[in-house]
Ligand binder design. Structure first.
Ligand code: ZN
Length: 138
């Protein structure tokens, strides 16, 4: 979570522990040296990305084009989403056959599927499985 008093961005680097030591666990995936954040940290270190300060404001921008520049732009968007507190609302649909990325606008951030079709498909599958289990017991 970003600093409560807002204002300057400080000490909130995406996934890197501020003290240089091991990071505390942040839930699924964690921050250990082999976790997804550590892997992203390694990948991001090699990207052509730098802080930019312009008349219009400040931000992160790629310093090269091509695939590396595109990846740098994606990483910059990830960092800004984390800073703005919306990263946790960017989710991947739990339906195995879908896995679309979506933005969860629900009040309590509890959406599991990208839309009604995936939710209905999942609920129907669960209902059928319960019926099979129920008929096997009878
Ligand atoms: Zn879906």
């Amino acid at each position: 979570m970003a600093a409560a008093n807002g204002g300057e961005a400080r000490g909130h680097s995406a996934g890197a522990p501020a003290d240089g030591g091991e990071a505390s666990s942040r839930g699924a995936g964690g921050d250990d040296a082999r976790g997804p954040r550590a892997e992203l940290d390694r990948l991001a270190a090699g990207l052509p990305l730098r802080a930019r300060f312009t008349e219009g404001g400040m931000g992160l921008a790629p310093t090269a084009g091509g695939v590396q520049g595109l990846l740098a732009e994606i990483v910059a968007a990830m960092v800004l989403a984390e800073r703005d507190g919306i990263w946790s609302r960017l989710k991947i649909c739990r339906e195995d056959s879908c896995q679309w990325t979506y933005y969860d606008r629900s009040k309590n951030s509890s959406k599991c599927w990208c839309g009604a079709s995936c939710g209905n498909r999942n609920k129907t599958r669960a209902y059928r499985q319960r019926r099979v289990v129920g008929s096997a017991r009878a």
